[in-house]
Design a protein around this ligand. Sequence first.
Ligand SMILES: [Fe+2]
Length: 390
Amino acid sequence: MQMDYAQSFTFFPIPTDIRFGVGMLAKLPAVVAEQGATKAFVVTDPGIAASGLLDRVLAVLREGNVAADVCADVKADSSSTLLDRTAAAVKAAGAGVVIGLGGGSSLDSAKAIAALATNPGSCTDYVGMSKLRNRALPIIAIPTTAGTGSEVTYWSIFTDEGSGLKLAIGSFFIYPTVALCDPELTLGLPAALTAATGMDALAHAIECCTNNACQPISRALALDAVRLIGQHLRGAVLNGRNLEARYGMMLASTMAGMAMNPTRLGLAHALAMPLGSWDLHVPHGVVLAVLLPMVMEYNYRAAPERFVAVARALGQRLDGLDRLAAARTAVTAVRALTEDIGIPRDFAAWGFAERHIAPAVTEAMKSGNIPVNPRTVVSGDVENMLRALL
Ligand SMILES: [Fe+2]
């Protein structure tokens, strides 16, 4: 790719200390002690409790003489009332650190809860960028999926139970203090969840490195995440016990999370918020898996050289192809990947209907992901894109 020597950029600080490796969970008590805490509060969801992972984490904490209270009630896309209620419980318990254990919903919930333990009021008071006044309690993020990158981002997404809308708190005060990334924890993740969350990570990486805000540092991280996902997502889905594939996917997810902090994303992520809202609640990864190839098809002509770089990272053979044809192989490669890993073709299973299209487009167009999308987004085009899924 050509060097854009006219570009100036910033790369946000990432204060999160990343502890990555198979078996890293054993270090958890030491990580809690480093924060000066003797009592932890674990935030997770019923699926993690049922899988036995929560018991495993609690046993590790007990053996390390760390007391722990637990909230295992996190719902998909989190909930404003749960966040407010659990923050009160964290304060009452006198916990010195909040541990998020799970997928994006649990990690995002832990981040917001840790923030509400040190900031007055409700999570809905802090929607938007940089509204929090005080640093959150120390947060240890332990991902059990390879997708959201939430363990290294400054975002917390939740559902406002009043409006049914998905909302976001963005603040440097909610970066996790430590991301404890142990690929072994994803070995039992079911194939469909592995596929959807893996496609979320791929969407982070591709939207990041093809959008107009990308710069060389994010691009390096994102393109290597694309390469890792191209190499490992099929293996992780088709043979969940493949530790090498799980390692590659967790690494990719964390790298894509770091990459996207300063760049935002693009049209697919702009649509993910409304399509996960109201009565729909299409899982975030499914939205991205379905929309990513469509959005890439929409975008690639606007910045073909960026899509050529994605195609190369996905191992496409580009010999003899002109620039546009080479760029388009990135789209076909992603489409082939979604077919191989069994992604749904549309949102029919979630009741997606004509009546959702106009409000989804209206909400999406307000997103900060729209101005950075490589192609100028026209709302009529987005309507047509969604209508093709009916
Ligand atoms: Fe995402």
